[in-house]
Design a binder for this molecule. Structure first.
Ligand code: ADP
Ligand code: MG
Length: 352
């Protein structure tokens, strides 16, 4: 069946929305480029359509709409379900874009990480029940493994589509209650290198807590703002040369670390870790040598978790968090890593 026919059918039959259809609810977040609200649709085609998230964005909303449309067609399961985006001109202040998504759920990975129950709170929502099993490292490892697999799966979808997210962090990972999986949100800083779409100013780009050491995705030798036609021809090559996707892999590696070490879940803990790692020239094994001898019981427990199954978790982690982008594993490579050989949470439900 022809892709053009499909695209046409979608265009004609997919619902569109306007300002008056949307009833604003409470504010969920406010970033440099917009404000996010929980909202509902006044006239809903089915009761499930009611719950939405609305982002009122600045001029950069245009890029975010473009990214979300692309994800919708190419790797829908990676990200929150995008419904519609439009230019809402009515304000005197200037252009404003409105973007709407399905409301996926209450909790981001950041919320879940903050709980003392983590990772058991995640086990409960993924399996939909609390397991009557002894708590312990093995079980925690299975849960963390399941979260990492879902995150890497979503990233692999984006990267295979040619999109680098650039703002991967627990706040931008939502738990979708319907599919019981984690999905990525917030394509506001994403870059599509295959068509050269990338015009968020660099100074706003990176969250320093999760950013890889390389400042920019493209090396300084490559032209900084490729025009679309040139970029279309060149960018697969540039992608190979610069491996921009490995920027997201570094961030995902830091999330892996935060799941293993409770002390790194606070802002100050993560910032302190980043400073220590930098002092070790971004060598995780060197970092380990400096902290392990005088580590608290909790930190030793984190290493113990990563050391399970002959240190396979630690091996994966150290292949994600590396100074040089080209030495980091890809999302696809990580999914094929032996760390994931044993089923995660699913195995738990059959262990009894
Ligand atoms: P920004 O970080 O630019 O403010 P985000 O797109 O990250 O905007 O959204 C802000 C917050 O809104 C998220 O951290 C999350 O808590 C919530 N949120 C965003 N999209 C959804 C969604 N589809 N379903 C549920 N909650 C969402
Ligand atoms: Mg965000």
């Amino acid at each position: 069946f022809d892709m053009f026919v499909l695209a046409f059918v979608e265009r004609v039959f997919r619902p569109t929305y306007k300002k008056d259809d949307i009833v604003l609810g409470k504010k969920l977040g406010e970033g440099s480029f917009g404000v996010v609200y929980r909202a509902s649709l006044a006239k809903k085609s089915s009761s499930k359509d009611g719950d939405i998230v609305l982002k009122k964005a600045t001029e950069y909303g245009a890029v975010e709409i473009w990214m979300n449309e692309r994800v919708r067609r190419a790797c829908a399961n990676s990200c929150a379900d995008f419904m519609y985006g439009f230019l809402e001109n009515s304000t005197k202040k200037g252009v404003e874009y409105w973007l709407i998504w399905k409301f996926e759920g209450e909790a981001t990975l950041a919320d879940l990480l903050q709980s003392k129950e983590f990772p058991y709170n995640v086990e409960a929502i993924i399996l939909g029940e609390v397991q009557d099993l002894p708590k312990g490292l093995e079980r925690e490892n299975r849960i963390i493994q399941t979260i990492m697999r879902q995150l890497l799966f979503a990233l692999d979808g984006l990267h295979s589509t040619g999109i680098v997210h650039r703002d991967v962090k627990p706040q931008n990972i939502i738990f979708s209650e319907d599919s019981r999986t984690f999905k990525i949100i917030d394509l506001g800083a994403a870059a599509d290198l295959r068509v050269g779409i990338n015009y968020i100013p660099k100074e706003f780009l990176l969250d320093p807590r999760y950013a890889a050491p390389e400042q920019y995705i493209m090396s300084t030798q490559t032209p900084s703002a490729p025009s679309a036609p040139v970029a279309t021809a060149l960018s697969p090559v540039l992608w190979q040369l610069n491996l921009p996707d490995r920027f997201d892999i570094y961030s995902a590696g830091l999330i892996f670390l935060q799941m293993a070490f409770p002390a790194l879940r606070t802002d100050s803990g993560l910032i302190q870790f980043n400073r220590q790692l930098k002092r070790c020239d971004y060598d995780l094994n060197a970092w380990r040598k400096t902290v392990e001898p005088r580590a608290s019981a909790e930190i030793r427990r984190g290493f113990e978790l990563l050391d399970l199954d002959s240190g396979i978790g630690w091996e994966l982690l150290t292949s994600m968090v590396r100074y040089k982008a080209r030495q980091r594993i890809s999302a696809k490579g990580a999914l094929a890593h032996p760390y994931f050989d044993r089923e995660g949470l699913l195995a738990l439900s059959f262990m009894q």
